[in-house]
Design a protein around this ligand. Structure first.
Ligand code: ADP
Ligand code: GN1
Ligand code: MG
Length: 375
């Protein structure tokens, strides 16, 4: 079944579902929410003594996240740690600044229904919004600062190691191998029409080993990272644009800080949406990169010299890798990312590769910007 088909499944019984969670309010309505590619997300409206209360209800994509219980164990530990640290720092209104899991009536963090689906509920972060495309440098600065702060706050998360919710998530060498395998098998006969994109990847195949080799040599440290720092995974205050809350914690696990920075370069500096068909509109904006670097480096004092050296490269690498993943999914018949039109993943792949070309052309300028920020 493709993700286009899963989108059309009949709606669940939301009143019964929400009733499984330990809240005191009355269910009013539920509607699809957001533009994430992975989970099924709903905004739930309830009422308590006539006052509206909102939640985010999500069906965890358990085809992708094979062990939802382990994933929620990570989320519980991470959210509790963030909350405790924010509280100690004097932050009020904690439900707005760290995701808070609503337990089920049985006391679990996730509800496993009779049909085998996994559901979880969070407090809704009110008076804040996410952006699929950035509008101002101030928004970029705030988003980058928030993800750096997130990494910093998790640096002292007590053992044990977090679960790898998707093993080898950002392993560029394995992502490339998976693409090559998909080309070999070509189950939907789509490889020929993606010849230009495949050539683009092969010309850059050598880039895939660079960070992995530096990590193996002990030059790049494993940290607790978010691993999905696209712009719409951070909520900004709808009035002031101040960062409010980092969301989408499914991939928080051990990783490289550089992958988080790289994915911000990919999404927060892009002049167009991730699936823009007019490639003339797709390029990286240096002024947004400057805001990103300033925002990130204002908080990420923990970075080592080796990490700083690779900041600019990480943007090119992650953008290439995510393009590779969209292309692989296109070849395999759209089984991973939700699609909303034919060839959607191919369109997304093309924007990524256009962004890679733009980042390549601007590499020297970007290095100069990082140097200025580090002075
Ligand atoms: P996916 O993994 O599918 O991307 P996300 O967890 O990112 O799912 O949720 C999708 C969208 O729903 C987000 O981009 C955001 O707009 C919205 N969202 C998620 N969690 C919350 C929350 N707790 N409060 C308000 N909005 C949220
Ligand atoms: C997915 O879940 P969402 O939409 O925030 C994906 C990311 C990709 C991104 C591309 C678990 O992110 O890795 O970079 O789409 N998440 C997962 O837009 O695969
Ligand atoms: Mg998301």
């Amino acid at each position: 079944m493709t993700n286009e088909q899963t989108n059309q499944q009949t709606a669940p019984d939301f009143a019964a579902l929400v009733g499984r969670f330990a809240t005191n309010d009355a269910f009013v309505s539920a509607a699809r929410h957001g533009s994430g590619h992975i989970n099924d997300t709903y905004k739930v409206a309830c009422a308590l003594a006539g006052q509206p209360v909102h939640y985010i209800l999500q069906r965890i994509n358990h085809t992708i996240f094979k062990d939802p219980a382990a994933l929620m164990d990570n989320v519980q530990r991470v959210t509790a740690h963030l909350r405790a640290k924010l509280q100690a720092a004097g932050v009020t209104d904690l439900n707005r600044h760290a995701l808070a899991v609503i337990p089920t009536r049985a006391g679990d963090s996730v509800f496993h229904d009779a049909a085998g689906q996994w559901w979880r509920m969070y407090h809704f972060v009110e008076r804040a919004r996410t952006f699929d495309k950035v509008e101002t440098g101030a928004q970029v600065f705030e988003a980058a600062r928030a993800f750096a702060q997130f990494q910093g706050l998790l640096a002292d998360l007590p053992a044990p190691r977090l679960h790898d919710t998707i093993p080898n998530f950002h392993n560029a060498v394995l992502r490339l191998a998976t693409l090559r395998d998909a080309v070999q098998r070509d189950p939907h006969g789509r490889a020929a029409s993606a010849a230009a994109e495949l050539a683009f990847v092969e010309q850059r195949a050598a880039l895939c080993t660079r960070l992995l080799e530096r990590q193996q040599r002990g030059e790049l440290l494993e940290r607790i990272t978010h691993n999905d720092t696209k712009l719409n995974n951070v909520m900004l205050d709808e009035q002031t644009n101040a960062a409010v809350c980092v969301i989408d914690l499914d991939t928080v696990m051990p990783g490289l800080a550089l992958y988080d920075f790289g994915d911000m370069v990919r999404t927060a500096t892009a002049a167009a949406l991730e699936d823009e068909c007019d490639l003339a509109k797709v390029f990286s904006r240096p002024e947004m990169f400057a805001a990103l670097a300033r925002g990130y480096l204002s908080e990420a004092q923990f970075l080592t010299a080796a990490e700083r050296e690779e900041l600019v490269f990480s943007g090119r690498l992650i953008t290439l890798v995510i393009g590779i993943r969209f292309l692989t999914d296109h070849l395999l018949g759209d089984v991973y990312f939700k699609i909303h039109r034919p060839n959607h993943n191919l369109d997304r792949c093309r924007t990524q590769f256009k962004m890679v070309a733009s980042l390549e052309a601007q590499a020297d300028t970007m290095e100069q910007i990082v140097k200025e920020c580090l002075k």
